[in-house]
Write a protein that binds this ligand. Structure first.
Ligand SMILES: [Zn+2]
Length: 460
């Protein structure tokens, strides 16, 4: 089998890997993920570069999960001739049905302002989505004689999966696992990520390969402290949030804090039509949530993402009307890294006042506005206007949906339990994260660890 890294190599984004099997005398060509490159303008330009392969020759596309850096170029794949099957775990399809048209709006808008045609057309989004077939965790899929694929729960977002391909090479059965993003278990909403023990090869996402999260108790504590700050100062709390998972986690957390009367009730706005739609998907797939979250659904008889002071402000007029609501209040809006979306309007309005607060609950990629604010910029440019940053700024790593370094090392250690792990590839991390994780795997686990570069190919 040949594995080629067409994206995700020394980058946090653009996941895209090609596996070429010889099965029953025939070629089988399988892609894992087809994500957008995100971050700076230069990096985003890579999305317009041609794929490193002929899309029409691909038989299957497997998707680890619904985040844009894993699915955002799927319509482009269709545009370039892909007509194979796309496999995802059930809820991922529903999340993609909402995420991809939304992502298209941003891409089309940006292309228009840059004066070039968009990466793909809306019709190609719909056509690509029609190719999706859903599977369940642990369901074994025969792809060709001797080649099967199976999903395991990665505990990262609703429907996210670790993909295992089992195949025959040099007279032996081998297994390669693509972890996608591994979850920061235990999560508020999802079951814990699964472990495996029999890997020959692992391709692991390493966004947090060099870092350790604060523990989960301090995550709730910091969140509560920031809420107390805005209660005391009568300020506004901004939470730039990703529409999938993080928004629902924050809602669950707020719901519990209000219920326990840890903080007084205050208006909470989900100022993102996309996050609203995604929350509906989470409601629909309650049976994919963990026991604790499910028991809340059952005991309350209503959604855990629903409480009396929560408002969804889908329409632009509703969004504007938030300004007139007396603080304290909480505004949750996208995008999660403040690279677009309604959060920018709120940041322009609220960052300069020390009574307010902004809390980052997810990964902030290099070059993003979120990263600049989080790293202590005294002023930032928003819509061409210089805005001083005087509000309270906090980053809460414990909300991250990504496993940290100890958790990644633990997962790899387990994967080698059968003692046959030959190579581990670090992807979807900035160079230093991948290298830090690779060093530990080499030195402690005595397994070959590689941070591949773009287009690098391996015989496995
Ligand atoms: Zn992800």
């Amino acid at each position: 089998m040949k594995l080629t890294f067409y994206g995700g190599a020394m980058s946090v984004t653009g996941a895209n890997y090609l596996l070429e099997f010889k099965a029953g005398g025939k070629d089988l060509r399988v892609l894992v993920d087809c994500g957008l490159f995100q971050g700076s303008k230069f990096v985003e330009g890579l999305n317009y570069a041609p794929f490193g392969y002929d899309a029409s020759t691909i038989d299957y596309l497997f998707i680890t999960h619904s985040h844009a850096d894993h699915v955002g170029r799927v319509p482009k794949l269709y545009k370039e001739g892909f007509r194979g099957k796309i496999y995802v775990v059930e809820p991922t399809r529903n999340l993609m049905l909402r995420a991809l048209p939304d992502s298209w709006n941003h891409i089309a808008e940006e292309a228009k302002s840059d004066g070039h045609p968009p990466l793909y057309e809306l019709g190609e989004v719909d056509a690509a989505l029609d190719l999706i077939e859903t599977v369940k965790y642990h369901q074994s899929l025969p792809l060709a004689p001797g080649v099967t694929a199976t999903y395991y729960n990665s505990g990262h977002v609703l429907g996210s999966g670790i993909i295992c391909f089992e195949y025959e090479e040099e007279g032996e059965r081998r297994k390669i696992y693509f972890t996608g993003d591994l979850g920061n278990s235990p999560s508020l909403l999802l079951p814990d990520k699964e472990f495996v023990e029999d890997a020959d090869y692992v391709v692991i996402d390493s966004a947090y390969g060099s870092r350790t999260h604060e523990d989960k108790d301090s995550r709730s504590q910091i969140f509560r402290q920031v809420l107390e700050h805005v209660v005391k100062s009568k300020g506004t709390m901004l939470v730039p949030s990703f529409a999938i998972e993080r928004t629902q986690e924050i809602l669950f957390e707020l719901h519990q804090l209000f219920q326990n009367e840890s903080v007084p009730m205050m208006p909470v706005f989900i100022d993102s039509p996309l996050a609203h739609k995604m929350t509906e998907v989470y409601n629909h797939y309650q049976h994919y949530l963990n026991e604790n979250a499910r028991s809340h659904f059952l005991s309350e008889g209503r959604s855990i993402f629903d409480f009396s002071c929560l408002r969804f402000t889908d329409a632009v007029e509703q969004s504007k009307s938030i300004n007139a609501v007396e603080p304290p209040k909480v505004i949750i809006a996208g995008s999660g890294m403040s690279v677009g979306g309604r959060i920018l309007h709120h940041e322009r309005r609220y960052l300069s006042d020390p009574r307010n607060a902004i809390v980052f609950v997810g990964y902030q990629v290099e070059g993003s506005l979120g990263r600049k604010i989080l790293e202590g910029a005294k002023e930032v440019s928003i819509f061409g206007e210089m805005v001083p940053v005087r509000c309270l700024v906090k980053g809460i790593g414990g909300y991250s949906a990504h496993a940290d370094q100890p958790a990644l090392v633990d997962w790899i250690t387990q994967a080698n339990k059968a003692g046959k792990l030959k190579k581990v590839f670090m992807v979807q991390g900035e160079e230093n994260s991948g290298k830090a994780l690779a060093d530990i795997v080499k030195n402690k686990l005595k397994v070959e660890a590689i941070v591949p570069i773009q287009d690098q190919q391996f015989d496995l």
